[in-house]
Design a protein around this ligand. Structure first.
Ligand code: ADP
Ligand code: MG
Length: 728
């Protein structure tokens, strides 16, 4: 009954902020306290072992078994001193989130006692019982096992009583079953290709690093209210609920005035993040009520991604300690701004140059333009794939269908950069004679030393240039950033290899380096113009225009996934050594299956709620009205009573027709699911769910939301939007 709703609302109102003790040390002192970082490696490892581990972490040099034993011993010593009793390989399966299996350091010694054991072998490789993780058919449960393998480039850390060892997860036959393995390969590919290109300008550079700075958006909901919403609990989003009206929003400023519980949560989260070496920096309120954002300072991409996954699990844990639930779903509330995870992305050199940022000299700026234009080419050529890399059943609610960024990948450049590129493309100078020092006097307009267009932000662009980086904004709040980072970095890797070939071919023909670079850049700028769009990405005109330009405008998620199997995609991933065709095929099976499952669960939950909550409550209210109508009849003469009951009679009928519709649709949806469920192809099944079931969810919801407005608030059992969104 609605009693539960009112009780949880009342309890939520009374809740006080949980007190967060201020750490005795300063942030700089507890930063990385729980991480086996360089300082600790230095302290706990023999000199030679330390050197080799750093070399492995930074340059990918293979580690031998003896070294691994020594690392394991040092790591264990530190972990035990910190109070850890268990260790786990930590990996990123093809579902959201992370997986782990905790083992005690203690082992039987075979003589009735116990010994503490953690060898190099256990550090390097394990065989988690991983039959339940999706593999797209690569690893049949009975046929071959998958194993996890240590990633020395991301440091181990302690959570509670367990030492976490970041690992990749691969099939016995070598195919990757996770996000981390292909991410590491993509990073290696782009770093190698970028290094070759940077050497045109800066021969002294030895290493290129990919940077990622993510901005994580999320909602907080009081846990009592959350528990009273089975749809939130089971699907991560509200499958029904009428938008909170303006009036309520104004009234709710009153509630909004006391966000102390949220502040306490944020403080707690920040302290714990810092202890885990995550350089969190900014926090703020977002557009929607009860929506917030957390962002750290950017880091090397693989590490940044591990940190994002870690932060998401910290958020879940810490939110509960504060009586909240964190919602990482991309669209928990209809009609309310959704949550994304902007990925700020750039490449930089070991000499401190940010390759996506302008410099001081003309040559610096030619290098800058080179990387910008190659990025645009990569995004242009693989725009469908990049969209696929961020697509999911949940992110679909943000993209295209209901809310921008649109389901079309384009890139915003801003006025100044646009001018620079246009100028370069149109310049007809005879550059053949330019070389060496003379080449520096290129007619490139002076690009300000500081950030370009940093204020002129176009929030509607999914891939915006923001001064010294690109900001890939289409990523979903719940996603593993690696998916987008794999596609983007691999695509740029491929593109830079092509660029180098094109330029070298001209140089071989005798063209001076600078003019060869310029010539190729000029042709690229013209070739990829279609990807550049600075206008309003939310407008209908853009959809039309983008389709004319030949950009991928597909909005059906199962069909968007086809981009992974296009010949150009397979070629790109295979030529860069990031993924094989077999891996791509298998991963798409997982994507389609995951899509189907998500919609399937939503359909079941909505069907149940409609039948068990909505229809009974609406019918009860309808009966009360009918009762009233009869009493009117007893009390007044016929004419007067029918006048007095006219409105109630209308409502009685409206409830009747809406509940009939809901009941019929729920039955229809069950039938449609039965039909879809027997389809064998995962792709076809996902398409059936997308085409047939998803629209039904919307139709049913429409009528439920109308009933919510009609039915007596006192009877309504599910917490309403105004309660979920404004109580904190
Ligand atoms: P916004 O205005 O979009 O909120 P912020 O200034 O908060 O942007 O920065 C967002 C993220 O971008 C932060 O993680 C920041 O460290 C990161 N960032 C800044 N410069 C770069 C860069 N050159 N490459 C990658 N990430 C960067
Ligand atoms: Mg941003």
């Amino acid at each position: 009954s609605s009693e539960l709703r009112f009780r949880v609302v009342e309890t939520a109102f009374k809740k006080k902020a949980v007190e967060v003790p201020t750490p005795k040390e300063r942030p700089s002192e507890y930063f990385g306290k729980y991480v086996f970082n360089k300082a600790k490696m230095f302290k706990y490892l023999p000199d030679k072992v330390y050197q080799q581990l750093i070399d492995a972490a930074e340059n990918g040099t293979p580690l031998n078994r003896n070294i691994a034993d020594a690392v394991a011993a040092g790591m264990q010593k530190w972990a035990v001193e910190m109070g850890a009793t268990h260790y786990t390989h930590w990996f990123h399966p093809l579902t959201e989130g992370t997986a782990e299996k905790h083992d005690a350091f203690l082992e039987h010694d075979g003589k009735g006692g116990m010994i503490e054991e953690f060898s190099g072998k256990l550090l390097i490789q394990q065989e988690p019982d991983a039959s339940s993780f999706p593999s797209g058919g690569i690893r049949n449960t009975f046929e071959a096992r998958g194993y996890s393998a240590w990633d020395p480039s991301s440091p181990a850390f302690i959570v509670d009583d367990t030492l976490f060892i970041p690992t990749i997860f691969i099939a016995y036959t070598g195919e990757s079953l996770d996000y981390k393995a292909p991410l590491l390969k993509a990073l290696r590919a782009v770093n190698k290709a970028a290094l070759d290109v940077v050497h045109y300008f800066n021969p002294e550079v030895k290493k290129i690093t990919t940077n990622l700075g993510w901005e994580q958006e999320y909602f907080l909901v009081d846990e009592g209210l959350y528990a009273a919403r089975p749809d939130l609990l089971l699907t991560g989003r509200t499958l029904m609920g009428h938008e909170s009206s303006k009036n309520q929003q104004l009234e709710d400023h009153y509630f909004g005035a006391i966000p102390t519980r949220v502040t306490a949560f944020m403080t707690d989260l920040e302290i714990e993040s810092l202890k885990l070496g995550i350089p969190v920096k900014t926090r703020h309120n977002e557009v929607a009520p009860n929506q917030f954002e957390l962002a750290p300072v950017f880091e090397e991409c693989n590490l940044a991604n591990d940190h994002n996954l870690l932060v998401m699990s910290l958020m879940r844990k810490i939110a509960r300690q504060h009586g909240f639930r964190v919602l990482l779903h991309e669209k928990p509330f209809k009609g309310v701004n959704g949550s994304g995870k902007h990925n700020n992305w750039s490449l930089s050199t070991d000499t401190g140059i940010i390759l996506m940022g302008p410099g001081k000299t003309a040559e610096d700026n030619l290098r800058f333009v080179t990387f910008i234009v190659n990025t645009l080419m990569a995004v242009y050529r693989h725009n469908g794939l990049l969209k696929a890399s961020i697509s999911s059943a949940t992110n679909a609610h943000r993209l295209g269908a209901n809310e921008a960024p649109p389901a079309i990948i384009s890139s915003f450049l801003g006025k100044q950069l646009t001018q620079v590129l246009d100028h370069l493309a149109d310049s007809t100078n005879d550059l053949a004679g330019l070389s060496g020092k003379q080449g520096m006097k290129l007619d490139i307009p002076q690009i300000p030393e500081l950030l370009i267009d940093n204020t002129d932000r176009n929030r509607t662009s999914p891939f915006a240039f923001t001064g010294n980086r690109f900001e890939f904004r289409a990523i979903g709040s719940e996603a593993n950033c690696a998916s987008a980072m794999i596609a983007l970095n691999a695509a740029l890797g491929e593109q830079l290899i092509i660029f180098k070939k094109d330029v070298d071919a001209l140089i071989e023909k005798g063209e001076p380096k600078i003019s060869a670079i310029l010539e190729i850049i000029r042709s690229y700028i013209k070739e990829c113009r279609a990807i550049h769009f600075d206008g309003n990405g939310y407008s209908d005109e853009w959809k039309e225009e983008a389709s004319k330009r030949g950009l991928d405008c597909e909005t059906s998620v199962p069909l968007i996934f086809d981009n992974y199997l296009k010949e150009s995609t397979v070629k790109m991933f295979e030529s860069t050594g990031v993924m094989t065709r077999l891996e791509l095929v298998a991963r798409n099976e997982v994507k389609w299956e995951t899509y189907t499952k998500k919609i399937q669960i939503e359909a079941r939950v909505l069907g149940d709620l409609a039948m068990n909550h909505i229809i009974p409550v609406a019918t009860r209210y309808q009966s009360q009205l009918i009762d009233n109508v009869y009493k009117m009849k007893d009390l007044y003469p016929a004419e007067k009573s029918s006048l007095l009951s006219s409105k109630n009679l209308e409502i009685i009928e409206e409830i009747g027709s809406r509940t009939i519709f809901i009941k019929e649709k729920v039955d229809e949806m069950i039938e449609a699911r039965k039909v879809a469920n027997v389809i064998e192809s995962e792709r076809e099944k996902a398409i059936a769910y997308h085409d047939n079931i998803v629209p039904m969810l919307e139709e049913i919801r429409y009528h439920i939301d109308k009933l919510e407005l009609l039915v007596d608030d006192q009877l309504w059992t599910l917490p309403k939007y105004r309660e979920l969104l404004f109580i904190r």
